[in-house]
Write a protein that binds this ligand. Structure first.
Ligand code: ING
Length: 315
């Protein structure tokens, strides 16, 4: 049995006015709780260090840059790494990354138990839009502030298991899980900031949004025989509600732990990585069952091409 006790450290709202020091103190409080609970790994949300700033229109570079980290760990986050090392707990969390070359990514890192960064992932699927959209109830400007990630979906050996990461909207795309599934992934961690309401007036309410979040992560876990841990930044940020719903999903797609609040809340589960073995050796033994000669559209085309369009273009 390869057991990893995993803590999902859901964060409540972070207001525009909150400092990184305020936020890191809250993260360390959750880490202390996780140490009490015997956690080996703690998963924090997407863009954990700040409010979900892509909801705001900004065009002053200095105003935009205030939300980004230029070093990791940096002065504000070093106390978190120190606390994790003190507890001997590996951590993963998301933040806005500005590279030395001046590139901007929605990023997540993973550490070992000594606080060394062993993996970095940059968000691939950026939802929303890049120009101000006055038809929306609120903006969702990830396509303005971030570049699509350039890492692909790597998998690393950490805590005697194969681990990968994705971020928020990535969890809605099956290709994401399969890319890591084909590397033998046993644990996928992800953070999310999901607005409770649809900015485009869709009829999706909170219940349906929570269902879609569960559905996406449970399907990804089951269809790739992997653990999935999805952790929210939740609560009302400067009047804008984000949903909770942080969960830990086992390799059979069963939700084994779920947050109850939209506040700072730790969920914990002892996850046996060997639970992945049966699915990977039977129903999802990819080598035995997949027929890649029939999957060409999945990487061969981006959008929909209906059979009649296909016929016309062939003429
Ligand atoms: N947020 C949302 C997410 O994918 C979204 C955006 C919500 C897209 C609901 C589609 C439906 O959870 C981020 N930050 O990606």
């Amino acid at each position: 049995m390869r057991e990893i006790v995993i803590g999902g450290a859901q964060m409540g709202a972070i207001q525009k006015a909150d400092s990184r020091a305020d936020v890191v103190a809250r993260m360390i409080a959750l880490l202390d709780q996780a140490a009490e609970a015997g956690c080996d790994l703690v998963v924090y949300p997407e863009l954990t260090l700040t409010t979900f700033f892509p909801r705001w229109w900004m065009d002053d570079p200095a105003e935009i840059d205030q939300w980004f980290e230029t070093e990791m760990p940096g002065p504000d986050t070093q106390p978190l790494f120190d606390a994790a090392r003190k507890h001997g707990i590996a951590i993963t969390f998301g933040y806005a990354e500005k590279t030395p070359e001046g590139r901007y990514f929605n990023t997540s890192i993973l550490t070992d138990k000594e606080g060394n960064i062993v993996g970095k992932y940059r968000k691939t699927h950026l939802p929303g839009h890049s120009e101000y959209d006055e038809d929306r109830l609120f903006q969702h400007l990830e396509k303005k502030y971030f570049e699509p990630g350039d890492t692909g979906f790597p998998v690393w050996r950490n805590l005697d298991a194969w681990m990968g990461m994705c971020i928020c909207n990535d969890r809605r795309w099956p290709e994401v899980y399969r890319e890591m599934g084909l590397q033998g992934v046993e644990l996928i961690t992800l953070g999310y900031n999901t607005p409770t309401v649809n900015s485009q007036h869709g009829d999706e309410g909170l219940e349906k949004r929570l269902y879609h979040s569960d559905l996406s992560m449970s399907a990804g876990a089951y269809q790739n025989a992997t653990w999935v841990v999805g952790v929210a930044k939740a609560g009302v940020e400067d009047g804008h509600p984000l949903m909770g719903g942080s969960i830990i999903v086992d390799p059979n797609g069963m939700v084994v732990a779920r947050a109850k609040t939209e506040e700072d809340e730790l969920i914990v589960h002892a996850c046996d990585m060997d639970m992945c073995n049966f699915g990977k050796a039977t129903i999802f033994d990819f080598k035995r069952h997949r027929r890649i000669e029939h999957y060409t559209r999945i990487t061969g085309q981006t959008g929909v091409i209906t059979p009649d369009q296909e016929t016309r273009s062939a003429e």
